[in-house]
Ligand binder design. Sequence first.
Ligand code: GLY
Ligand code: MN
Ligand code: MN
Length: 503
Amino acid sequence: MSEHPSSSPQAEQNGAAEEPVFTPRKNGQAQEVSAELAAWMRTGWADTEIREVEPIEQAAYTAKRRAALSARFPGERLVVPAGGLKTRSNDTEYPFRPSCDYVYLSGDQTDDGCLVLEPRPGGGHDANCYLRPRSNRENGEFWLDGHGELWSGRRYSLAESAQLLGLATDDVRRLPDALRDAPDAPVRILRGHDAGLEQVVAGLREDAAEGGEAAAQRDEELAVALHDQRLVKDEWEVSQLQRAVDSTVLGFGDVAAALPDAEATSERYIEGTFFLRARVEGNDVGYGTIAASGRNATTLHWMRNDSPVREGELLLLDAGVETTTLYTADVTRTMPVSGRFTEVQRRVYDLVYAAQEAAIAAVAPARPFTEYHRVAQRVLAEGLVEWGLLEGPAERVVELGLQRRYTLHGTGHMLGLDVHDCARARTEVHLYGDLRPGMVLTVEPGLYFQPDDLTVPEELRGIGVRIEDDVLVTAEGNRVLSAGLPRTAADVEAWLAERLPRS
Ligand code: GLY
Ligand code: MN
Ligand code: MN
């Protein structure tokens, strides 16, 4: 938790203080404020309190999620911080992104917030969201402090936030004391987001002779439980993922239409074109866009995006809009810059497509998570054997994993608030578990022939193809959320032709 200046209720009441009570320092320099200016800045402001605030639409869902977590940890105090601003350089900060578990449980996105589930004596928990309140006008905080509303915009008051989130709220500056004064109960904190608060909790544990490894283990169990819980999305989450995907589909269309301009510039133009859509329709992108032309497509995490985009090459675009509610899409299309695949490009594309088709068909409830990966690898291995790149039979290739020289990565992962969602979930319900309705995952086989790989014919070197879609497991099977984008080579060409009028 970051340091917040505390406001003094006394100062709030005696508006005639000679000197500002609040004297912040910036870069070690005290700010000089005359008593006249300080007094004047206290006055002449309209009452802007909003009396009725519409609750966020996910409030009913966050309540259910808290209830499920409460049932998992009866009698324990659970502390889930949002995290705070991170320094980018000197006195500038990265845009704030709250911790996923905090957003999942509260619906709130403000920095330095913290959700506490307080065990009730009779069972269950009371939820309290600790937030930074509106800035104090009387002590000058609102205009003299970097957190002040004059600098960073109006915040909801605690009362407004309570209506908005459907949660009790309190002043986050009181949280350390609230934790110290709370009745005895085992505490767990979600680590990695608020070092200050972790220290407070560690202090309490030392008091209770409960520190060290055992405490770390207990905190890890909380993190794992949250990722387990997030594996299955509720209907509101699915609607948000569909929003993210729909916006992403538009972004890919924008890129297709911009390809003639991109040729004159670089992958940056592609990245920027997609980002514009993300900014206009949502909050951001959920991960660094991969705009990889030509041989760059064989570098899995190509995010430099600084190469020219050339006629005759393929463009691999892996990008996802993150909604204002922080759910992200994760979609890849590989498209010929000039509108038509060459024969060899198409051969590679068709094999990846066949692997993806087979893998999508293996996404269904009660099927092992590993199965669609296995199915995709098998199809790719068979193709590579048929082309003479690997010595068969395909069973041997797959058993030894030899195809991985060209397939490189897994066939997919969970998707949600994080692009690689629920990574800490227990393996028995995730990687080695069965698919369940409500899970959302990517299906993304690929083939990558490195430019310097002497084991493949020259015509293949420097070709990288991935096709990635976002798929919901349904009671009957699956639904491809990103079906708005073309997948077959012919459909990709037709889709490009509509957007890329050429002579
Ligand atoms: N964009 C990262 C991934 O596909 O996993
Ligand atoms: Mn991706
Ligand atoms: Mn992915």
